[in-house]
Design a protein around this ligand. Structure first.
Ligand code: NCC
Length: 262
């Protein structure tokens, strides 16, 4: 596919990717046991109007970045999976407004997921309910009844994948986008402006997978299962910030969909 202009690409993302959460009345989730475990309020009602938002990748290159203060200066901060803040505040900040987790984490690391306090700050959203276990959702709801806990509409990942494929010259394996890419598009629907940290690696780029673990794997940054390289090309194409910001801060600035007259 031929690459669209950044403006056209933003319109396509806004118009074709349906960023919604599963609602109480939807399909198999509409059964009586499920109804009570889905939040009553919509996500946008829960978060309200958001101006500047930050998306914090889990990349190893965040280590020693000292971006914490800058990240926390945003109205809302999105983090992924088990990425911690305690002990890493200087580099990644401490504010967590939304945590986006994959269903593998919820099911495979079930005991940690149910117990660790990391998960009960802010709003939780889980994606990819294909192998999803309703029991864990229920168990979590019982332990933290007040916390908003949403399930991302599973169509979204394939709508986004289509746009990734259309804007790439190569064939992309039909695997869902990474949590990172899903979170970026989610925040573009909720916020006026989105700063993304270390999704496009800075000068601190490293083979260390996460800022919170001593584990080396090149695929964490470049992708293996997820079409990460294609995601990063697309995000680079839409960047409204400078190449200098990418190099020094690993920072990309994207416009929110709401403020656009497209
Ligand atoms: O590693 P993960 O991702 O939790 O990272 C969150 C997002 O940060 C971006 N990232 C991460 C590391 C890195 N070096 N560069 C990056 O750009 C990516 O956008 C990534 O999505 C996931 O996407 O959900 C993923 O989850 C992990 C794992 O399941 C969770 O951490 C829970 O333990 C996957 N790892 C494995 O399955 C081993 C990973 O492939 C994708």
């Amino acid at each position: 596919g031929a690459k669209l202009s950044p403006e056209k690409l933003l319109c396509q993302l806004r118009d074709r990717v349906n960023v919604t959460m599963i609602q109480r009345s939807d399909g198999p989730f509409g059964t009586s046991e499920w109804q009570q475990y889905l939040p009553r309020k919509s996500l946008s009602e829960t978060v309200g109007h958001l101006g500047r938002c930050a998306v914090v990748s889990s990349a190893g290159s965040l280590k020693s970045s000292r971006l914490g203060q800058e990240i926390d200066s945003h109205d809302a901060v999105l983090r992924f999976n088990g990425a911690p803040v305690r002990g890493f505040q200087d580099d990644v900040g401490q504010k967590t407004t939304i945590r986006l987790v994959n269903s593998q984490l919820v099911t495979v690391e079930e005991q940690q997921f149910l117990r660790e306090s990391l998960y009960n700050t802010g709003i939780l959203i889980v994606w990819d309910p294909a192998p999803y276990h309703a029991e864990i959702h229920e168990a979590y709801r019982r332990t933290h009844p007040e916390q908003p806990f949403y399930i991302l509409n599973p169509k979204m990942q394939w709508q986004l994948w289509d746009i990734l494929q259309e804007n790439s010259l190569e064939h992309i394996q039909p695997n869902p986008p990474s949590s990172g890419m899903l979170g970026i598009v989610l925040m573009m629907t909720l916020c006026d402006e989105v700063d993304v940290y270390e999704f496009l690696p800075s000068k601190r780029q490293t083979d260390i997978c996460h800022y919170y673990q001593k584990f080396h794997d090149h695929a964490c940054t470049m992708g293996a299962y997820h079409p990460l390289l294609f995601e990063k090309n697309l995000v680079k194409h839409m960047n409204q910030g400078t190449d200098e910001d990418i190099y020094t801060h690993g920072k990309v600035t994207l416009p929110g969909f709401r403020k656009r007259a497209m």
